[in-house]
Design a protein around this ligand. Structure first.
Ligand SMILES: Nc1ncnc2c1ncn2[C@@H]1O[C@H](COP(=O)(O)OP(=O)(O)OP(=O)(O)O)[C@@H](O)[C@H]1O
Ligand SMILES: [Mg+2]
Length: 336
C-alpha cells in the first residue's frame, strides 16, 4: 500500500518568457494505492499527473507532504534507504521505443536488471534465462521468437510488452502506467490495457493509470478508484464506475462530455458549455481553481476554495460547493 498525504510541488519555470515564474504543479494531494488495486489519475495536459506519478515512483522530489510505503514514512529514511522501497514501483512511459535501447536485443535488455536481481538473491545464470523467458510469457510474448530480436523488429504493442516485462524483472509492487497506450496503434491498445489488468489479477501488482482519456481510465477495472485532477488539486475522487456514471464536479462533467456515447449527449442543444483552455497554472485564483471556467459558479466560488470532501447527496468525494448531476458539453474557447 502506497499512501500520500498533502503532497505539494512547485516548479520554477525556466526559459525566457516564463523564467522565474512558479507553477504550483501539486497542491496538497492525498492518495492511496492499495495492494493489488487500481487507481487512475485523470485530467487535462499540465494538471500534474506525471509529476505525481514520478513522485510516487521516487523519480521526483516534492516540497511538502508525506509518502508512506507499506507503513514506512519516506521522510523517516535517508535518501539511500528509500531506494529499495521505490525500486518496486516501476514506471511505464508512453513511448516504448525511446524506453528501450535500440542497440540491445530483448535478451540483453532483460539480462541487466535480472543479473542484478540474481546477485541480490543468490541465483545463477540459469535462473536469469528462465526468468527472462518467464517475464516475457507473462506479458504474452513468445520468448523463443522475441529474445534475439531488436526493438525495431517489434511492433509498438510488442515493444510496450517488453517494457512491462522489464519492469516485472524487479518483482514490482506497483506499475505506474503514464499514458502507456497513447502512442500505440489503436488496435493494440486494448490488449495492453487487458494485460495490465491481467497482471493485477495474476501477480497482485497494483496499477496506477495516468491518462487524459476517460475511455482509457474505464479499463482499469470495476474496483478501480478514479482521481480527477485539475491544476494540481484532486477535484473529484471515487470508484471509477460512480465517477463516470454520476460525476458531480463540473470539471469532471466537462471531461466526460467529450465522449457523448458514454454520457448520452445526443442532443447537446441548450446545455451549458464549459470552455476548454490551455493551462499554464500560473493564473492564481483565490477561490475555486475552476471558477473562471465554470458556468455554474456563484459568488462564494470566487472567494473561497472548496476542499475535497463528501457531502450529503453526492456519491463521492468532490471539491465543489454546488455538487450536482448536470449534463454539460465541453467546447474549445475561441482562439484556442
Ligand atoms: N521539470 C519541470 N520544470 C518546470 N516545470 C515543470 C516540470 N515538470 C512539469 N512542470 C510543470 O508542472 C505542471 C504539471 O506538469 P505535468 O507534466 O505533471 O502535467 P501532466 O498532467 O502530466 O500533463 P500531460 O497530460 O501533458 O502529460 C505543468 O505546468 C508543467 O509545465
Ligand atoms: Mg504527463
Amino acid at each position: 500500500m502506497i499512501t500520500g498525504k498533502g503532497i505539494t510541488k512547485t516548479f520554477k519555470q525556466r526559459g525566457s518568457v516564463l523564467a522565474g515564474r512558479e507553477v504550483q504543479a501539486l497542491r496538497g494531494v492525498d492518495f492511496e494505492i492499495p495492494k493489488g488495486g487500481a487507481v487512475s489519475f485523470i485530467g487535462e495536459s499540465g494538471c500534474g499527473k506525471t509529476t505525481l506519478g514520478r513522485i510516487i515512483a521516487g523519480l521526483e522530489t516534492y516540497d511538502g507532504g508525506e509518502i508512506g510505503i507499506n507503513g514506512t514514512l519516506m521522510s523517516s529514511l535517508k535518501q539511500k534507504q528509500r531506494q529499495p522501497y521505490f525500486r518496486r514501483i516501476q514506471m511505464i512511459h508512453q513511448d516504448p521505443y525511446s524506453a528501450l535501447n535500440p542497440t540491445r536485443t530483448i535478451h540483453q535488455t532483460l539480462y541487466a536488471p535480472l543479473k542484478l536481481r540474481a546477485k541480490q538473491t543468490g541465483r545463477d545464470e540459469k535462473w536469469i534465462d528462465e526468468r527472462a523467458a518467464e517475464v516475457l510469457s507473462l506479458v504474452g510474448l513468445d520468448p523463443g521468437s522475441v529474445l534475439s530480436r531488436y526493438p525495431h523488429q517489434l511492433s509498438g504493442g510488442m515493444r510496450q510488452r517488453v517494457v512491462i516485462a522489464r519492469a516485472l524483472t524487479v518483482d514490482p509492487e506497483v506499475l505506474v502506467a503514464d499514458e502507456a497506450v497513447s502512442m500505440i496503434d489503436v488496435s493494440l491498445r486494448l490488449g495492453i490495457l487487458a494485460l495490465l489488468k491481467d497482471l493485477r489479477e495474476r501477480l497482485g501488482v497494483s496499477v496506477l493509470f495516468i491518462t487524459h482519456d476517460v475511455a482509457t481510465s474505464r479499463y482499469i477495472g470495476d474496483d478501480g478508484e478514479m482521481y480527477v485532477i485539475y491544476r494540481g488539486q484532486v477535484v473529484e475522487r471515487g470508484p471509477v464506475d460512480t465517477v463516470i456514471a454520476d460525476p458531480v464536479h463540473p470539471y469532471t462533467q466537462s471531461l466526460l462530455s467529450a465522449i457523448p456515447v458514454l454520457h448520452g449527449l445526443e442532443e447537446p442543444g441548450a446545455q451549458p458549455v464549459v470552455p476548454v483552455e490551455a493551462m499554464d497554472g500560473s493564473q492564481e485564483a483565490q477561490g475555486c481553481l475552476f471558477a473562471s471556467r465554470c458556468p455554474f459558479r456563484q459568488d462564494r466560488c470566487e472567494t473561497e476554495r472548496p476542499v475535497l470532501q463528501v457531502t450529503e447527496g453526492a456519491p463521492q468525494e468532490h471539491a465543489c460547493f454546488y455538487p450536482e448531476r448536470r449534463d454539460v458539453i465541453a467546447r474549445p474557447m475561441s482562439g484556442v
